[in-house]
Design a protein around this ligand. Structure first.
Ligand SMILES: [Zn+2]
Length: 313
C-alpha cells in the first residue's frame, strides 16, 4: 500500500527568444506619435525527468522515485493532504497519514491548518486569505497569466516557489508572472483585478479537457506557439504599464505528438493493467498500456491509498 503525494519534474531549457510588441494605442497612432515597444524574453522549457513522491502508509516522509511502470490492484480512500517542510524539498516534508474527512481533502486535525486555509483562499474565500497571512510568515505569492490556445486568458495565483509546477499542472501555451507579493491578500486582489479585464478569467469557464485540446494544437507548431506568445505579450504589456523587462515562458511535454492522440480516462478504469509512465504535462500523466496511450488527471491518483501489483523504478 502506498500513496503518491506529488509529481516532481525537472525541466531543461530548449530555447530563449526575444519578442517585441508595439504599445502604441490607436489614438496615439492617429495623432502621429511614434510607437513605443515592449521587449519580452520568452523562455521555452521541456519536461526532462518525472519523479513521484511516494509515501508508505507506515512512514511520514515520502521518497522520490522515477517510476517507469505501474500496475494497480485498486485505487482506495483519500488520505489527508497536509504536509509541512522546507519549500522545494518535498522529500523532507512530513506528510499526514490520517483519512481525509473534509471535502477539500484534509483530516479533522488539519482542516484548520495554514495549508487548508491556503487552498480555501485560492478557491476564492477572502477570509481564508487573511488567515493565511496571519499564519504563514515569509511565504511569497506569484500572480500569473496564462494562454491556452483559444481567445481567452487565465489569471491565477500560487506560492512563488512552485510557480513552474503550478503552470505545468494546467494545459497552457505561454505563461507570464505578473508580480510577486509578500501577502496573499494583495496577490488575491491583483488576481481579481486581472480577472475583470475583458478576455481574462479567474475561474475557468472552459473545461480542462477543452483547454488541453486547444493548447495541444498550438504547442506542436513553433510558429503558431510564437503567435500565442505575442498574444500574451500584448496583454502583459498592457498590465505592466512602464515596465521593460518582462518574461514569458512555456513548458512543453517530452512527447507532444503522443499527447495529442491519447485518450483521457479515469484512473480506476486502468486498474489491473500494466502502465508505462511516458510523460507528464498540463496536469495529466501520459501512460501506455497494450499499445494505447491514455491521459490520466494527476489529481485522480494523488493522496489515495493505492494497492499495486507492479512498480518498476
Ligand atoms: Zn491530517
Amino acid at each position: 500500500m502506498l500513496v503518491l503525494r506529488a509529481v516532481l519534474v525537472e525541466l531543461e531549457e530548449l530555447d530563449v527568444k526575444t519578442i517585441s510588441v508595439s504599445k502604441t494605442s490607436l489614438s496615439d497612432y492617429l495623432r502621429g506619435l511614434t510607437s513605443t515597444s515592449s521587449k519580452f524574453v520568452w523562455k521555452i522549457y521541456r519536461v526532462k525527468n518525472i519523479k513521484f513522491a511516494v509515501q508508505s502508509l507506515w512512514e511520514h516522509k515520502p521518497k522520490l522515485y522515477t517510476i517507469s511502470r505501474l500496475g494497480l490492484k485498486s485505487v482506495g480512500k483519500q488520505i489527508c493532504k497536509y504536509h509541512e517542510g522546507p519549500n522545494e524539498k518535498i522529500e523532507e516534508h512530513w506528510y499526514c497519514n490520517r483519512p481525509a474527512v473534509s471535502p477539500n481533502g484534509f483530516c479533522s486535525e488539519h482542516q484548520k491548518s495554514p495549508l487548508a486555509y491556503y487552498e480555501k483562499c485560492t478557491a476564492g474565500n477572502l477570509n481564508a486569505c487573511y488567515a493565511v497571512d496571519r499564519l504563514w510568515a515569509g511565504e511569497k505569492y506569484a500572480v500569473y497569466l496564462l494562454a491556452f490556445g483559444n481567445n481567452m486568458f487565465k489569471a491565477g495565483m500560487t506560492r512563488a516557489w512552485r510557480v513552474y509546477t503550478r503552470i505545468l499542472e494546467q494545459p497552457h501555451t505561454v505563461a507570464h508572472v505578473v508580480n510577486v507579493y509578500d501577502s496573499i491578500v494583495s496577490a488575491r486582489q491583483t488576481e481579481r483585478k486581472l480577472g475583470r479585464i475583458v478576455g481574462v478569467s479567474e475561474g475557468m469557464g472552459v473545461k480542462r479537457e477543452a483547454r488541453l485540446a486547444t493548447s495541444l494544437k498550438k504547442i506542436v507548431n513553433r510558429a503558431i506557439l510564437e503567435e500565442e506568445a505575442r498574444r500574451l505579450a500584448r496583454l502583459a504589456a498592457r498590465v505592466a504599464g512602464g515596465e521593460t523587462s518582462i518574461e514569458l515562458f512555456t513548458i512543453l511535454p517530452r512527447r507532444p505528438e503522443l499527447f495529442a492522440n491519447a485518450k483521457p480516462i479515469a484512473f480506476n478504469e486502468l486498474v489491473g493493467k500494466s502502465l508505462e509512465i511516458v510523460d507528464y504535462w498540463g496536469g495529466y500523466l501520459l501512460v501506455k498500456s497494450d499499445n494505447m496511450y491514455y491521459l490520466v488527471e494527476k489529481m485522480d491518483i494523488l493522496h489515495r491509498i493505492l494497492r499495486v501489483f507492479e512498480l518498476t523504478h
